[in-house]
Design a protein around this ligand. Sequence first.
Ligand code: GUN
Ligand code: ZN
Length: 447
Amino acid sequence: MTSSGPIRPLALRARIVTPLAAGGTLDLADGLLETDDGGRIIGVRPWRGAADAAVEVADLRPLVLLPGMVDLHAHLPQLPNAGLGAGLDLLTWLDRYIFPLEHAYDRSVAERQAPAAWSAFAAAGTTTVLAYAAIWPDSTDAAFEAAEAHGIRAIIGKVMMDRLTYDAGIDPGRILESSLRQSDELASRWHGRDGGRLQYAFTPRFAVSCSADLLRESAALARLHGAYWQTHLSEDGGEINEVRRLFPDARDYLDCYERAGGLGPKSIFAHAIHLSDDEVRRLVAGGSAVAHCPASNVFLASGLMPLAAYRAAGMRVGLGSDVAGGPEASIFATMRAGVVVQRALELTGRAAPDGALRPSDWLRAGTLDGAGALGLSHSIGSLEAGKEADLIAIDPGLTTPLPGDEQPLDTEDLLSRLIFRTHPNMVRAAWVRGRPLAGPPGIGGIG
Ligand code: GUN
Ligand code: ZN
């Protein structure tokens, strides 16, 4: 398993299920996916026989090939805390569980943990991650180095906080300047590395932790580098009250970011649960995307995001695990929580049942829509000719209730099983640009 050296072309025979850029879902019961030595997909088509493939065919049946999942929101240093702290509200949880953990995330901790973290994402089926590191530049560097070696597609940012921060040692008068300089240096070093596999996201944590100057200057730097800008928006009642107190002139939460020049197609806002209609309209008009994090939103009792209404308003929405706010680094688990939240909204009369997403819509949300939120849907997010070969192989047999009693399932039922009966070992292999990633158990010599 390596992220350097020549790429071996692949010819994989399996059931192939993927959203299509033009709409709809392709489900080939017996298909062939071929890649070239540049890690691109040459073709996806029904199986016609081994003589038809350019290289030796690996018969993966009964495995199923899917596009790799895109996780639009995760916190790398928080993985060790996943599942801890249930019952707390966001600000208490950050204070008790998260800030001490991130404070300790120095270079040596990152060097030890980040390789395992990237493997954990790959084992869960995720091939692209938009991640927050901690406030330390050297451990952010280590997280990038680990992603470079691992092979996962990663967009990472050093967390920026110039108030309510866990950096007790720094002179408050210099924190803004140093945070901007460190982020600028990291972006210069990493943004676009390895043909764009690694990118940088300027990462002001949220308006509670950031001055108006930090928000404005970080957004300007992101534009200068052509990099991403990510932050949290309207997640929790206590947080929203605090933002109101800290930004008395802002007309609402989104306005704190809007007046900083933070809205645009490369801005990703996590959570965005409690938006007014006007905030939704401005967010959509600004072309920004939202990372929907339903597992976290329930774990921290932050709220129920009205996904169907947001989508109807034209919002670009992908999925985020938000580990450790979300207890699992899995987009399948995130989908499951998303369905439950939708059902809860229906039960309480806040969403119409006919607006409910189908399992194939959730697959699209976790893959192609996430890629679209990052402006990468031309190169990843679905299994289609010309795209980069970011894909996973799943063993659906592990999700059946009675082993050995597998039934043929249509597309929606197959995906429903993967979402509602996600098995920790069901992802057998994951590839980025045709290269296998460490994490899943693997399939012989090819994955
Ligand atoms: N808001 C600010 N920081 C965080 C964080 O680390 N996790 C979550 N869920 N929300 C936040
Ligand atoms: Zn978060």
